[in-house]
Design a protein around this ligand. Sequence first.
Ligand SMILES: NC(=O)c1ccc[n+]([C@@H]2O[C@H](COP(=O)([O-])OP(=O)(O)OC[C@H]3O[C@@H](n4cnc5c(N)ncnc54)[C@H](O)[C@@H]3O)[C@@H](O)[C@H]2O)c1
Length: 237
Amino acid sequence: MATGRALAAGGHHVVLSDISPDRGEVTARDIGGLFITADVTREADVANLVSTTREKLGRLDVMVCNAGIIGPGGRITDIEDVDWSNAIAVLLNSVFYGMKHAARAMQAAGRGGVLLATTSIAAHRTVGGHAYNAAKHGLTGLIRSVATDLSPDGIRVNGVAPGHTLTPMSMQVYRDTDAARTRLSQLNALGKVIEPEDIAAAFAFLASDAARYITGQEIVVDGGWLECMNRPAIFDR
Ligand SMILES: NC(=O)c1ccc[n+]([C@@H]2O[C@H](COP(=O)([O-])OP(=O)(O)OC[C@H]3O[C@@H](n4cnc5c(N)ncnc54)[C@H](O)[C@@H]3O)[C@@H](O)[C@H]2O)c1
């Protein structure tokens, strides 16, 4: 939702989508955009999302694939196939569908375009469950691979890799907002809490013409968690 707001503030006409209208219909109204319900694990829903967007707005320039769930925890020996498959469907297959159908629309229009996906620090370290880590690592590969495929069409493909961010998903892990804020600031080398708007700003940049020569990349927005949280002792002298 924050990314929708940021793109609207940058002058885009925005279509928001979610499996449930509770998550987005109000924001869509607020920003003068549209809301379309879609289950992104279903290719037909994603195809409909793209074709309805083209019908209503006349064009599709930017697609952000952001849906996510935490997926199953626990040891590899205990994960049920149904839980594994559902996590991969939401986190990885959905981005394949989004990129495929948005790219077809962009190729047909011949104006280039921007495909974006939310990866994670779990694409670079194992911070989630096995399925989450595998899917997010897979997204990094998909972004690089599809960027190569679509560069002749002038379509850029990039990702944003959030660190520990205060969202409804992270609130599933913490007792309350105060506990979440305390813990999330400890998981940030800068001692701050990453808000959805911080992630949205990276998406808005990648969607903009300022990023016109950036493709096949990920911007990590993690408050230094990946690079700075294991300070070598030399810095403590
Ligand atoms: N919160 C974090 O710390 C964090 C860190 C790294 C990456 N991410 C990623 O950021 C993205 C957004 O997550 P968030 O933290 O804002 O969580 P969130 O729960 O607020 O948002 C995820 C959204 O995905 C939707 N969704 C789930 N299954 C769907 C489906 N089948 N079809 C359509 N929509 C579906 C949910 O309804 C929800 O609105 C995810 O890809 C997540 O993996 C989050």
